[in-house]
Design a protein around this ligand. Sequence first.
Ligand code: PLP
Length: 419
Amino acid sequence: MTVFPLEALRRRFPSLAATDDGLRRIYLDNPAGTQVPQTVADAICDAILHRNANLGGGFPTSQAAGNIIERGHAAMADFLGCDADEVVIGPNMTTLTYRFSRMIGRGLKPGDEIIVTQMDHEGNVSPWLQLADDLGLVIRKLPFSTESWQIEATALEAAITDRTKVLALNYSSNLTGSINEVAKLVAVAKAAGVLTYVDAVQFAPHGLCDVRALDCDFLVCSAYKFFGPHLGVLYGRRAVLETLNAYKCRCSDNTLPYRFETGTPQIELVAGLEAAVDHFAWLGAETGQGGSRREKIAAAYAHSIAHENTLCGDLVDGLLQIDGLTIHGITGKERFSARVPTVSFTLSDITPQELVARLNEEGIFCWAGHNYAWEVVHQLGIDPAHGVVRIGIAGYNTAGEIAETVEAVQRNARMLRQG
Ligand SMILES: Cc1ncc(COP(=O)(O)O)c(C=O)c1O
């Protein structure tokens, strides 16, 4: 494999350059949102400054705006491995999930069952809980295994009944980082005629989504977690989208996917979305990959996950040297292919808030709290008022940044203990 072009990659992100104030900025808040390359910002600016019009007009700016929307869908089709008319773009994952759960609910009857998991972010739990309240549905909660840190197929099989209609499933946890064997779980659900709704928000920044290989019915992700603008994107299997009764204005476009994109879209952000996909393609080309955009995207992931896993190994090794520190997730490097490089931990005698306040002051950006992984903290018996310290690596982070972070965590833990 060619060398990972880290320096060239970092040069694309203005926020990673040295700052005038000389203050340290280490971005390890990536699971909450990544930094953005100049190309994404340029595409957004160009669209809003030079191609700013609403859709459907006969004049050049309106046609250019329409072109942006088409290109955004085509880019995401390459990104997810589907067709452009199966891509629905919306404000964010949570809003898309509220919308789609309502449309799926139009086909459900009281007593029908939905399975949610205790590994999921609330964005893929609360919409289903509230749908169940509205329609008299039954919710079954599936815990994850604290040995494998994944949802087990046997547990899923046991939870499915002849009333189960939907499985809402996490691809990768935003707290533990572990990756589910989604294709295997989808196959179990599918064999029982259960619709599958996969939350890939935390997986998409780190791994290639292949919705055909997964064979899921829906998959959602958020562009601002993979170097793009604040948008959410949903894949829906065409045959399933066609059966949904869309909530839409009766006079608006009824074609796929536009019947699901109500109102005026965030046109300039969709321009940025295409640029974010092209950023992956750029990275793939930089590693020597030719061919289609999707082939280049796949190469970009292969190279960046190798780099990210090296950093993740350094982080885990450094953290495990601290007394009383528990990592909530996979720590064995032989199982790193079953996790993304998002590492959450607690300390026996220091709250996440105390430690993270110090790290933030030192210019190390990371989070304390439950991170909306409400079910996860409850299953693990972690006080949701405190949650965990979460350090999340992205492809642009460096070994030096991880070494500085480990040193800062070790030093601050020691100082907090000394009082
Ligand atoms: C796993 C996961 N799912 C869903 C969401 C919600 O995404 P959005 O902010 O796009 O609604 C997040 C946000 O952090 C997440 O980490």
